[in-house]
Design a protein around this ligand. Structure first.
Ligand code: GLU
Length: 295
């Protein structure tokens, strides 16, 4: 028998919800309800310098205004750091991660010297300098190998419920990636995998901008012996000039003074047309529309 459905919405409290984040929240809530499952909220506040005090409570209040109330008290990643430490220790013991002594500048110089100064989403692909040892440099960050002992790059195949079959050669696409940063902070990739595993998440529904992280997360799940959830990445809300709507690009906070129209607008991005006189009846109609399409 398959595990009972557990879904989640995992906002980073870097500001209030905007129209795009409501789409992801609504989709994950609808999928949980349409499956008769549980829906959790996890506040991803490990990148402390980027977090805005009070944004967590504001996000929870905005969700509640829109009728999206988690089935268990939310959890905060900042209070779960011992779990990330344990996972890192396991990966170290298995020889899958190694300390890296490279600064950003050194990585750029190595890539330039190799004629490989390409970047992916602004991130340099790590050239593997410290993979065989630190060569006397002090350790800064911890990285995860994306190459097998045989020298073969790790290949990940997965299927998104909306985007279909996906493939990524991790060594070429992202390179050995950081699990614990030089400033001592945990990387999103490790924390999200540990928490999805520990919370028994069976279905991840989130914005399409995160789809590219999925192969890294599946690699980590396999190394940590965790099941891989099913993934559905939702359409993004684009700004006036076609850019992704995000807090970084100055997206306006979601206006929840009229939750019926906020939820209705998010539902239209998801391609759902349903009507309701009030919020409960709109949400109920949307659960039916979602079920007909995705379940
Ligand atoms: N905390 C991430 C964000 O707000 C989302 C993580 C996830 O859903 O996997 O972008």
């Amino acid at each position: 028998m398959s595990a009972p459905y557990v879904g989640r919405f995992a906002p980073s409290p870097t500001g209030p919800l905007h129209a795009g984040s409501l789409v992801a929240a609504l989709a994950s809530w609808l999928d949980a309800r349409a499956h008769g499952g549980r829906w959790l909220v996890r506040i991803e506040d490990i990148d402390a310098p980027r977090c805005v005090p009070g944004a967590d409570d504001l996000i929870l209040a905005q969700l509640a205004r829109c009728g999206l109330v988690p089935d268990a008290p939310p959890v905060w990643q900042s209070r779960r750091q011992h779990l990330y430490e344990q996972a890192l220790e396991r990966l170290k013991a298995a020889g899958w991660c190694y300390p890296c002594g490279c600064s950003r500048k050194e990585i750029e110089q190595t890539l330039a010297a190799q004629g490989l100064a390409h970047a992916r989403h602004g991130e340099r692909i790590y050239p593997g300098t410290c993979r065989g040892g630190l060569a006397g440099k002090p350790p800064r960050a911890w990285r995860l190998r994306t190459v097998h002992a045989s020298g073969q790059g790790v290949q990940i195949d997965w299927t998104d419920r909306r985007l279909g079959p996906q493939h990524q050669d991790l060594s070429r696409a992202v390179g050995d990636f950081v699990l614990k940063r030089a400033d001592g902070l945990w990387a999103y990739q490790l924390a999200v995998v540990v928490d999805d595993g520990e919370q028994g998440i069976t279905h991840v529904v989130r914005g399409e901008d995160l789809a590219d992280n999925t192969a890294r997360q599946i690699h980590l799940q396999r190394l940590l012996g965790l099941p891989t959830p099913r993934y559905l990445h939702t359409p993004l809300v684009l700004g006036p000039s076609g850019e992704k709507l995000s807090k970084q690009t100055g997206a306006r906070a979601l206006d929840t003074s009229d939750p019926l129209s906020a939820v209705g607008a998010a539902a239209r991005v998801l391609g759902l047309s349903a009507q309701g006189r009030d919020l409960p009846s709109l949400l109920a109609a949307l659960v039916e529309a979602w079920r007909a399409r995705w379940v």
